[in-house]
Design a protein around this ligand. Structure first.
Ligand code: DQA
Length: 145
């Protein structure tokens, strides 16, 4: 398979620098994407990026993703916990996908322990901050091999 990976960020991730540093670290969203692009280069993956705060736009991008991507790395933010529409769109995309979260979603409020993406992603990484994206890209690379 190919090495084109799309990194999709969802609701509120673009405001990363205004969110609690104890959960999300101190990078700006732009710095986060730059770091992920660097991880991608180190792993010989070709990365592209998409972000939206609008659920419908996120869904539409998932519909288009198979035209330009071989695998997905997804941090949908709070949509992770309740957006069945995004789950269905990911199923429609039909690409190997890894779910990633900066914070430790298993050790926060109860609602964050639930992910509607269970069963449609091939892996999950959480609680490792920005380094978790490297781990997720490694998992995706293995899934694409
Ligand atoms: C998040 C965790 C979600 O629970 C939260 O709603 C986010 C960010 C994370 O990266 O840790 O917006 O996905």
């Amino acid at each position: 398979m190919g090495n084109r990976v799309t990194v999709l960020h969802g609701v509120n991730l673009s405001a990363l620098e205004h969110r609690p540093a104890e959960h999300y670290g101190s990078l700006t969203f732009t710095e986060l994407e730059v770091r992920i692009a660097r991880f991608g280069r180190e792993l010989q993956l070709e990365t592209s990026f998409f972000h939206s705060n609008h659920e419908g736009e996120f869904v539409e991008e998932l519909h288009k993703a198979p035209d330009y991507s071989d695998g997905l790395l997804l941090n949908p933010g709070a949509w992770t916990h309740y957006s069945w529409a995004i789950r269905d769109a990911l199923e429609i995309a039909g690409l190997p996908a890894i779910e990633v979260h900066l914070s430790n979603v298993q050790d926060r409020e109860d609602f964050r322990r639930v992910s509607v993406l269970d069963g449609v992603v091939v892996g999950k990484v959480h609680g490792q901050g920005v380094e978790g994206y490297r781990t997720a890209l490694e998992q995706l690379k293995a899934a694409l091999a």
